[in-house]
Design a protein around this ligand. Structure first.
Ligand code: 6R9
Length: 652
């Protein structure tokens, strides 16, 4: 029966009074885990979990903590991630199981079994070897959501070549920067990418920024991409490649991948993950947080492989567990606003994982797009990427989960590799808006500036106080920045997360409030204000810029940029706003474009010249101005307030 929006609205506002929800008894009865208590010995607990993987040689030391913060896990063990994701399932007789139900933007369908993926990965590993890639060489990957992205990642893992995947929404300039920083040997990319019925000429733009980097090009749109001698088409190479490539027996601490993420400065950080610990963490969390039964469940994670969520919960976690997944190429509103639910129905999704921003978009689009489809098989829902407001949480559970399915809110980061704080769905109650508790084996705390634990209910800084297997090992070729960024504040054994948090007095559940550094989160995409500022300032007409994250109903935060123009000519125009926005799209990617540009004659600075973003946030969000006494020129704020009230521009 169709739900009337106003009845739903009323039901949701009633439910807002309910602070906690218990998982349904039928769910608990069949759950893999019904006890969320902390193990006596966390190192031993992780060692037990690691045994679920195939090891070529056992490890000697589970955790080497002799030189913090440079922790090592499963030292001496030999393992291969590609073997664990493919060979062992094929060897166990599950080769015919579907690894991915792939759905293309225009409705194309491809089912890829474990045996097929295994065959392709071996061939592509040989292709990489033939082109001179050796263990330790970084391989760049810039691909849309097509099965070849998984083939490329696992082929790298097979031969011990760390991959560096760049999200398809980044501009070629950003890709070039990441390839340069990581010293990538070659780039696996695509002729063209499809987005909402249009084709973007990827190879051509890549050539514009990286004329010398050899490319392997997946033929996806047949758009006549320019090819040079250094380049070759994926399918031609695959046809000529040998069929067999044994998985290399790698050290547990062999680098698996580097993934760039935004930090507090304009230079992105190359988060380095290694093999044995990362795989243990993502396989165990994928199985237990989502209560996965690989023989019967169908998993759908709506993220893009280019982000950590895609790495951990589209590729490595699900494949290590032998799961069947759905992979959708396109945007959630193309070809229509119910496409995710259509895919859920068609392929029988039982577990679904997405971001709060997507849930809020679905709320806006209306229940009819969801209700058109039979979602009766969905038995568990998850969210990740940003805090979820209780109303969106309730809507998700009511509308997508039929008021029954448990919802797990999972807190983690690119740096943590896998899920850290959440609720185990068969063991713990849920508290909408709060992520939950550290998983068994993980320790978190809320600290003050000095590193003392604050009382429950009091806001402080989130910290992680014990090593965990999926943790980043360093920043690529930058140990100093690694120590400085995460381990300087409270000593080398306490990890500084960068999020503000408080614990619920009643049950100690963690509410994660948001970033405390100059990182903003738009639709679950992490961006650095400094990175966007430096893109804006590189526009010839711009003298200076300060970027802030402004609260946004749909996207959590949105980018607002205060811009001072060059010279006397500081009259901004609508055309210039568009110019600056497309300049940012070229430099970083469309998703980083400022939603608002505010012309500023001057910016509020301290006497030492630091821009006070706090005051800009106050202005943008219409708040009473905080303390302005430390400003070099307090009048700047008056002018800005007037300016802001008058003309500001940007997207409607
Ligand atoms: C996996 C991922 C990490 C930052 C993190 C925090 C925010 C992620 C959250 C959440 C509240 C959640 N975040 N999950 N905040 N509740 N369940 O998103 O990694 O892109 O590195 O972002 O995202 O601020 O510090 P990443």
């Amino acid at each position: 029966m169709a739900t009337d929006e106003s009845t739903l609205e009323q039901r949701l506002s009633e439910l807002l009074d309910t602070e906690t929800f218990e998982p349904p008894a039928e769910f608990v009865d069949q759950a893999l885990i019904t006890d969320a208590s902390q193990p006596g010995d966390f190192v031993e607990a992780w060692a037990e979990r690691a045994k679920a993987l195939d090891w070529f040689a056992p490890w000697e030391t589970t955790l080497d903590d002799a030189d913090p913060p440079f922790y090592k896990w499963f030292v001496g063990g030999k393992i291969n991630a590609s073997h664990n994701c493919l060979d062992r399932h094929v060897q166990a007789g599950s080769g015919d199981r579907v690894a991915f139900h792939w759905r293309g933007e225009e409705g194309e369908e491809r089912d890829i079994t474990y045996a097929e993926l295994h065959a392709d990965v071996q061939k592509f590993a040989n292709v990489l070897k033939d082109r001179g890639v050796e263990a330790g060489d970084v391989v760049g990957i810039y691909l849309p959501m097509i099965p070849e992205v998984v083939v490329a990642m696992l082929a790298c893992a097979r031969i011990g070549a760390p991959h560096n995947v760049v999200f398809g929404g980044f501009s070629a300039e950003s890709v070039a920067e990441r390839m340069e920083f990581s010293d990538a040997k070659l780039l696996v990319t695509v002729d063209g990418a499809r987005r909402k019925g249009k084709t973007a000429p990827i190879k051509e733009t890549v050539d514009g920024c990286m004329p010398d980097l050899p490319c392997i090009v997946v033929r996806h749109t047949d758009n006549g991409a320019p090819m040079a001698d250094k380049d070759a088409f994926y399918d031609d190479l695959m046809e000529a490649a040998d069929a067999e490539c044994p998985a290399a027996e790698l050290d547990a601490e062999h680098p698996l991948f580097v993934l760039y993420t935004s930090g507090s400065t304009a230079k992105p950080k190359g988060i380095l993950h290694t093999t044995g610990g990362y795989l243990t963490h993502v396989a165990w969390t994928h199985k237990n947080v989502f209560d996965l039964k690989p023989e019967s469940d169908v998993w759908f994670c709506s993220a893009d492989v280019g982000w950590i969520t895609g790495h951990s919960y589209i590729v490595y976690g699900p494949l290590a567990n032998g799961a069947t997944s759905i992979m959708y190429e396109g945007a959630p509103d193309y070809p229509h606003r119910g496409i995710w639910w259509e895919c859920c129905e068609r392929y029988g999704a039982t577990l679904f994982y997405t971001a709060p921003t997507a849930i809020r978009a679905c709320m806006k689009w209306g229940v009819e797009h969801v209700e058109k489809h039979d979602l009766s098989k969905l038995r568990l829902l998850g969210t990740v990427g940003e805090p979820i407001n209780p109303k969106a949480w309730l809507w998700y559970r009511e509308v997508v989960g039929r008021g029954e399915a448990p919802v797990v809110d999972t807190w983690w980061q690119t740096e943590t590799g896998g899920i850290m704080i959440t609720t185990l769905p068969g063991a713990q109650h849920m508290r909408p808006g709060s992520a939950g508790t550290p998983l068994p084996g993980i320790t978190a705390a809320v600290l003050d500036e000095e590193g003392n634990e604050v009382d429950r209910g009091t806001q402080g800084l989130l910290a992680l106080r014990r090593p965990w297997p999926g943790m980043l090992r360093t920043l690529f070729r930058d140990d100093d920045r690694f120590v400085e960024t995460y381990w300087d504040k409270w000593g080398k054994e306490t990890y500084l997360v960068g999020d503000a948090s408080r614990q619920e007095p009643e049950d100690g559940y963690f509410w994660v409030i948001g970033r405390v550094d100059d990182v903003i989160n738009v639709s679950g995409h992490r961006m650095s204000t400094a990175e966007i500022e430096s893109a804006i300032v590189s526009h010839p007409k711009v003298a200076e810029s300060a970027v802030i994250g402004q609260q946004d109903e749909d996207t959590g935060q949105s980018v607002a940029a205060f811009v001072t123009l060059e010279g006397e000519n500081d009259e901004g125009s609508d055309e210039l706003i568009e110019e600056i926005r497309s300049h940012v799209a070229d430099r970083i990617g469309k998703f980083a474009r400022p939603k608002r540009i505010i012309w500023a004659g001057d910016l509020p600075k301290t006497r030492s010249g630091k821009i006070m973003r706090r005051l800009l946030r106050d202005i943008a969000e219409g708040r009473e101005l905080g303390d302005v006494t430390t400003l070099r020129d307090p009048d700047v704020m008056k002018e800005l307030e007037q300016e802001f009230a008058g003309r500001d521009g940007g997207e409607d």
